[in-house]
Design a protein around this ligand. Sequence first.
Ligand code: UD1
Length: 365
Amino acid sequence: MSNKVYIVAGARPNFMKIAPIINELKNSNIEFKLIHTGQHYDNNMSKVFFDDLGIPEPNVYLNVGSGTHAFQTAKIMIEFEKVILKEEPSLVLVVGDVNSTLACALVAKKRGIKIAHVEAGLRSFDQTMPEEINRLLTDQISDFLFITERSAELNLIKEGIDKKKIFFVGNIMIDTLIKNLERARIINYYEKLNLKKKEFALVTLHRPSNVDNKENLLKVIEIINYLQEKIKVFFPVHPRTDKNIKKFNLEKKLKDLNLILTEPIGYLEFLNLMENSKLILTDSGGIQEEASYLKVPVITLRENTERPVTVEKGTNTVIGCNYEIAVKCIDKIFSNSYKKGQDIEKWDGKTAERITSILKKHLII
Ligand code: UD1
């Protein structure tokens, strides 16, 4: 067995989570290898984040690509097993809740390798979400469960996880945000787009429950149309959403009153837009947290959130795709009566440091 840590990343929301961990491992002289599963492969869904965040080239690229859940998960498992059969690491570190997270955790566990899960314990209690299944199963077999907020500890304890395995380390994505905020300010992307500070809204949309279902997608489009009546809207479109708007013939339903549509954009550009936007309309998990940290109002187009601290302390409101509630929320933001948000415990840029020191203490790495 080698003393290496294998870090797994596969899809866009993973990349901002591994960057600070890689830096810390380097600073601590801990040997690691980076495994990219290839779940996301387009330049603007993957490479741009490596460039923006200075993540080293992956040591291994599994080249798995898209497919059904079973196909994608199985293919990652088969390819990842080949890698660890050649050289067994002492720890596999997985982040978040995508198919790559679960697939690699399963393979490692069955080879008797320890697993660290960063962003453990978050629960939407909605098992129609593929991510919820990935989260539940990964946590059951993890040895180190690094959590971002206190609610996660209660969830894990209820599921029978030993308290000794749970570590409240804070939010790794906020490490990346803090580190890059100044760089994002320097590129000043919003001005390049001729947008004015706090005079535009940002929209992101990709969750299958919103975009794979014509009725829901139409509801969300109506909300975007209302927003356009109030303010300029910038909407970088995820590939899944783009395909479905075309498939359901909804291109004409999305009005072109005050709208900028683009392909997905890079990390620094997006961070600069988030910081300077008046509000964000999204169905993402991570953006609820990033907006809360930046104290920018965020309306979440989902029935639930696995990140309740963003509602309790942050700037998040979860509304499903309810048009009336969306209108009320948007109007509150415009009349300046929307909640302002507070600082959140341990979202302070030191999460990677905490993770690394825990790993050093408990493992011979
Ligand atoms: C995945 C994650 C989700 C995460 C999201 C962020 C799972 C179950 N879902 O969802 O948690 O929030 O990433 O984007 O792991 N596609 C491209 N280019 C790419 C990648 C995908 O065009 O580089 C298209 C393909 O048509 C693919 C579709 O997008 O079929 C969906 O990709 P997939 O990886 O299955 O899931 P996401 O919706 O991106």
